[in-house]
Design a protein around this ligand. Structure first.
Ligand code: ADP
Ligand code: MG
Length: 274
């Protein structure tokens, strides 16, 4: 794992070019779980649909500064961050302005705008007491391998890949793995796969079990032991502008995201020690 210097947040991009696989749900709920363990977490919404912002209770009309301003206007992440209902969890929101990033950014440095913003945040935090530093940044990527996702993968120490337990799950996976290899060869040599999380798993179906087995055969120990079950409470939560842990703490989905957060922290610790 690429080393993180003092004050620098650990930056994880939640990415998969397939839509509807649980990226946003994972970013919101993993962020909430990490924050409830006591870490300060910043979610960067990098999808023009702004689902992570909405799911965290930030109205479209209450996004004065967004990820667009970070990428194109040189604004700092902290200037654009908004507090959420979860103590310790902040979000840099997004809206449809992000669609214009491709045409607005034309300079050679354009895939590195977010990386520079994360580095600036790290430098700024160095002199702050640890309890005021963001320990984790989670970037919620759009469902494509466009300039926004390139910015996320250039800025990240590692990628977290949600894979939905359904028939076409594996189709995009080898493509994503190739893209990560390509980015490692060009934009970000130290980019790692933090892990692969199986989402929307239905233990009653053979298909879910088969997909889980196939993903484990392809990615080996990179696949987390924690599997996120298909759970209607998880699907309901965003319409209430709440992470599942605030909406229904006891449901199977909440408990799975808490286990995932614990597993990720353990994995981070092991990699640091290695
Ligand atoms: P992505 O960000 O990859 O497009 P989302 O996180 O938005 O995917 O999830 C797609 C849809 O599936 C959303 O409607 C979401 O509420 C729902 N969903 C995600 N995870 C679960 C789950 N574990 N159980 C039930 N529904 C889920
Ligand atoms: Mg999404």
């Amino acid at each position: 794992m690429g080393a993180t210097r003092p004050g620098e947040p650990r930056t994880l991009a939640v990415a998969n070019q397939k839509g509807g696989v649980g990226k946003t749900t994972t970013a919101i709920n993993l962020g909430t779980a990490l924050a409830s363990i006591g870490e300060r977490v910043l979610i960067i919404d990098l999808d023009p649909q702004g689902n992570a912002s909405t799911g965290l209770g930030i109205d479209v009309d209450s996004r004065p500064r967004t990820a667009f301003d970070v990428l194109t206007g040189g604004l700092g992440l902290v200037e654009c961050a908004l507090a959420t209902a979860v103590p310790g969890l902040y979000v840099v929101p997004a809206n449809s302005d992000l669609v214009g990033v491709e045409s607005t950014l034309t300079d050679a440095n354009r895939p590195y705008k977010l990386r520079d913003a994360v580095a600036a945040l790290g430098a700024r935090q160095r002199n702050l007491p640890p309890d005021q530093q963001f320990k984790y940044i989670l970037i919620d990527c759009p469902p494509s391998l466009n300039l926004l996702t390139l910015n996320a993968l250039s800025a990240a120490n590692a990628v977290l890949v949600p894979v939905q337990c359904e028939f076409f799950a594996l189709e995009g996976i080898s493509q994503l793995k190739e893209s990560i290899d390509q980015i490692r060869a060009t934009l970000n040599p130290s980019l790692e796969i933090q892990g692969v999380v199986l989402t929307m798993h239905d233990a009653r179906t053979t298909l879910s079990r088969e997909v889980a087995d196939n993903v484990r055969a392809f990615f080996g120990p990179k696949v987390y032991e924690t599997i996120i079950p298909r759970n209607t409470r998880v699907a309901e939560a965003p319409s209430h502008g709440k992470p599942i842990l605030l909406y229904d703490f006891d449901c199977a989905g909440s408990q799975a995201y808490i286990r995932l957060a614990t597993e990720i922290i353990e994995r981070e610790g092991r990699n640091k020690a290695a």
